[in-house]
Ligand binder design. Sequence first.
Ligand code: ZN
Ligand code: ZN
Length: 134
Amino acid sequence: MKKLTPLRKSVIEIIEGSSSPLNAENIYNELEDKPDISNVYRSLTFLENEGLVRSVSFECDTRFYFSTKREPVHFIHCKKCHKTESFYECIAGDIEERIKFRHDFTITDHVFYFIGICGECRKEMARKIEEGNV
Ligand SMILES: [Zn+2]
Ligand SMILES: [Zn+2]
């Protein structure tokens, strides 16, 4: 492995220490010495190209980065506040078997996510409806 700059090292540590995938801004907020945010983006691109972190994007342009060491990869993503969390139940086993045969395809990995609205955003929406300013 190539020698990592202190920034890249910190970025990996933050991603590996988090149970949820993080976007560049989340990572920037965790960094002690604040670099230019563009350096954070560049580090993330570099680390992903090197296979040291992975990323996923949902219905928005933001990419969320997560550790290559953490399995399995299942997320829930709130489309209002973009909060993203991991969960560990896996329902892929049966589906994998079927896909494997039907498509003559060797499956090596999967990323699975649900998109929806989190409890906080739901409450916020209900409050706004009650106040009548939707
Ligand atoms: Zn939300
Ligand atoms: Zn799974």
